[in-house]
Design a protein around this ligand. Structure first.
Ligand code: ADP
Length: 304
């Protein structure tokens, strides 16, 4: 399989800050890839380097076989980036802006049907003749997504595209991006919404302090770090205490809810039997599976 993106021992420092601290990473062509990490982990720096907006202090990066520094032009053509911030040219309307952008990447009139399709798919038709500066925040976001796609790049990078975006646009956007992935586009997504990464990405890399702390298929990561939790609602009135053998099992308490981390399924019997013996009533019982969020918290040890 060919590689869409290769990071080879990439480092980037800003003064004393090691924003990216020796990252090697390969994203195969056609992948739906998630780049996850808490704030300051180095995600934007990686994307800026991929787009040629920041220069690595060390190492090399290529997109579709083109080095982002030595083959800048081709590498830049191969990638469409949806930026986090709403930056735009205030003088164009939406369609003009999209045509201009496509033209910048060497696509002329033959691309107009695609411009219309992108406008349609992002539900921008009513706003196609509206000046960019008059669009609402949500509409601006749609226009910027359209802008990244308009030259039909094989690699599409979405940097926190759904932060502050309403549910409807989020779903519309994901449907569109999933279709583009099915058609063969490689997708890279950075997100804080781990459920989103879990639902969409085939593989993920988790970053922390400029380093990759885990990188695998989403499925394998979940399997590797899987642990079952048992959630019990207990009636602990009358100053009753958890039996000591139950207390020893790692757990978290929220109100009457106790979530125990199970090492093995047999722990369930141990807990419930001990509670019964202590005459502590179990009001509700639920098994909870690991999700990407748990894996993430375990690996980064930080709030998301
Ligand atoms: P993320 O996107 O994961 O939140 P960033 O890549 O934005 O992380 O930041 C990684 C680290 O690099 C942070 O400590 C940040 O403050 C620092 N950093 C990023 N860009 C710059 C810059 N242009 N100048 C100085 N420091 C920067």
């Amino acid at each position: 399989m060919n590689s869409a993106i290769i990071f080879k021992n990439v480092k980037k420092s800003y003064g004393k800050v090691k924003a990216v601290d020796g990252i090697s990473l390969t994203v195969p062509e056609g992948e739906f890839f998630g780049l996850l990490g808490p704030n300051g982990a180095g995600k934007s720096t990686m994307i800026n380097m991929l787009a040629g907006l920041a220069k690595p202090s060390m190492g090399s990066i290529s997109v579709m076989g083109f080095d982002v520094q030595t083959d800048y032009q081709q590498a830049r053509h191969a990638v469409g980036i949806v930026p986090q911030e709403l930056v735009f040219d205030p003088f164009f309307n939406v369609r003009e802006m999209l045509r201009f952008q496509a033209g910048y990447f060497g696509r002329g009139k033959e691309n107009d049907a695609w411009v219309d399709e992108v406008i349609d798919r992002l539900d921008l038709r009513d706003k196609a003749s509206t000046n960019m500066r008059q669009l609402s925040g949500g509409m601006k976001r749609r226009a910027l997504i359209a802008q990244a796609l308009v030259h039909r790049p094989p690699v599409i990078v979405l940097d926190e595209p759904t932060a502050g975006v309403d549910v409807e646009l989020r779903q519309r956007l994901w449907a569109f991006i999933k279709d583009l992935n099915k058609e063969g586009h490689t997708i890279v997504l950075t997100t804080h919404y781990l459920e989103e990464a879990e639902a969409l990405c085939n593989s993920v890399a988790m970053l922390r302090s400029g380093k990759v702390v885990a990188s695998d298929t989403t499925k394998n990561l979940l399997k590797k770090f899987s642990s079952k939790n048992l959630k019990l609602r207990l009636d602990l009135k009358l100053n009753k205490q958890l039996p000591s053998n139950v207390k020893r099992i790692p757990h978290e308490i929220t109100g009457n809810d106790y979530v125990f981390e199970l090492k093995k399924i047999a722990d369930i019997a141990k807990i419930t039997e001990s509670l019964n013996a202590a005459k502590i009533e179990i009001l509700d019982l639920q098994a909870v599976d690991t999700d990407l969020e748990n894996v993430f918290l375990k690996l980064t040890g930080k709030e998301k």
